[in-house]
Design a protein around this ligand. Structure first.
Ligand SMILES: Cc1cc2nc3c(=O)[nH]c(=O)nc-3n(C[C@H](O)[C@H](O)[C@H](O)COP(=O)(O)OP(=O)(O)OC[C@H]3O[C@@H](n4cnc5c(N)ncnc54)[C@H](O)[C@@H]3O)c2cc1C
Length: 379
């Protein structure tokens, strides 16, 4: 190998980083232990969504969604990109207030969003429970089939001729000095480059000391084809609480209309559980929750259910930047939890700016891995 950059991991984050660096003229080798888009990327929902839990999250998700919208005309049918929008549904007064706050924050940040009363919600999504009080419609959110998009980024994007992908090749170690970096393959072979980007998802902690990532297991289920049942990605406003703040097992309603007419139903979160087996009890809880919002769901045929692991940092924000210290040639792009498909393109832009010494976005510091650097111990 002889590349400017070696990217470890061909999930959506590694693929996006490789594509961005190649588009900026660098020669990139991508090494994956398995195949393209086979990790969390294959297990996820592919909802491209603006979230505003914090100013930095809002900035990154919004910038990333804009990048997806710009990429969309170039993607193939099999990448299944649809700008379907998101409907956030409110069950009670407290969630209606949250809907108003969300709409106001989005409007202030230039994100198209509309408050829906109960009638507006029913018009937008007639299959939703008529007991719901209203919600918010976010026009420009989208969906994508992330494993295919990862493959597109690595093989069809603007700089793809400068990307070489090596699959079935596990990286056992990474190293760097202030002028070069290297990886060691499991077979012992060492490969050198000017920079190494570690983007191997939940396994990043195995390659970089001090990285703390916790698994958040999730279940998803897909139905047979029922075109038109829902038109937008639909989620309960309570999802935001469940996604970021819960411990133990939590479920929240989240449903996606696939271009095939199938409905993808989520979602669950279990901390620290890395067993890939389906837990029938959690799946049942998730479906019971979904039927509260989509009462007709019990009559649909499910054809497959699966699980995946989200890689969560202690503060729920991804790790994007120098892996160990400023000036390092070892870089991290990992820990994207439940938003890695959305934020992959924004992550790649932030990381490429840093690697190439370009002007950084003002919110870049919020994602620096250095925020978890251990304080020096006195005495
Ligand atoms: C149930 C569920 C639902 C989700 N829904 C959404 C959603 O709707 N929207 C959204 O934005 N995000 C969603 N996510 C999150 C999203 O899927 C992830 O954040 C994203 O896929 C992470 O991508 P990644 O490239 O960092 O990691 P991965 O996709 O896990 O890729 C890591 C790659 O690294 C490789 N690798 C690991 N170790 C090594 C090694 N030592 N050497 C070489 N290669 C190695 C693996 O083989 C793998 O291919 C969801 C996740 C789950 C589990």
């Amino acid at each position: 190998m002889s590349a400017d950059v070696i990217v470890v991991g061909a999930g959506i984050v590694g693929a996006a980083c490789a594509a961005e660096l190649a588009a900026r003229g660098l020669v990139v080798d991508v090494v994956d232990a398995r195949g393209i888009g086979g990790g969390a990327t294959a297990a996820g929902m592919g909802h491209i969504v603006v979230m505003n839990d914090s100013a930095a999250e809002f900035a990154l998700t919004r910038a990333s969604r804009d990048l997806w919208l710009a990429l969309a005309p170039h993607l193939r049918e099999r990448d299944a990109f649809v700008r379907c929008g998101t409907v956030w549904a409110a069950e009670d007064d407290e969630e209606l207030d949250a809907a108003q706050t969300m709409r106001d924050a989005f409007a202030a940040g230039g994100v198209r969003a509309h408050l829906l009363d109960a009638t507006g919600l029913r018009e937008a999504e007639p299959s939703l429970s008529h007991a719901l009080r209203g919600g918010v419609l976010v026009d420009d959110d989208a969906i994508v089939y992330a494993p295919a998009a990862a493959q597109w980024l690595l093989t069809r994007s603007e700089g793809a001729a400068r990307i070489r992908v090596v699959t079935g090749c596990a990286v056992a170690g990474v190293a760097a000095t202030d002028s070069a970096a290297s990886i060691t393959l499991r077979g012992g072979e060492r490969c050198h480059a000017a920079h190494v980007v570690v983007a191997n998802g939940i396994a990043a902690a195995e390659l970089i000391d001090g990285v703390s990532l916790e698994a958040k297991k999730g279940h998803l289920l897909i139905t047979d084809r029922y075109p038109g049942t829902i038109r937008h990605q639909v989620a309960e406003l309570g999802y935001i609480k469940s996604a970021h703040h819960a411990r133990g097992v939590s479920v929240a309603f989240n449903a996606q209309p696939r271009p095939t007419g199938q409905i993808l139903i989520g979602s669950s979160r279990q901390f620290g559980n890395v067993d890939p087996a389906i837990d029938a009890r959690v799946l049942a809880l998730m479906l019971r929750r979904a039927s509260r919002f989509l009462p007709g769901i019990g009559a649909l045929n499910a054809i497959r259910a699966w699980t995946g692991l989200r890689a969560a940092t202690p503060d729920g924000m991804p790790l994007i930047g120098p892996a160990r210290f400023a000036g390092d040639r070892l870089w991290l792009a990992a820990g994207h939890e439940g938003l890695g498909v959305t934020t992959s393109l924004g992550t790649a832009a932030l990381l490429a700016d840093q690697i190439l010494g370009a002007m950084q976005a003002p919110y870049a510091a919020a994602f620096s891995p250095q925020r978890f650097a251990r304080e020096p111990v006195d005495g």
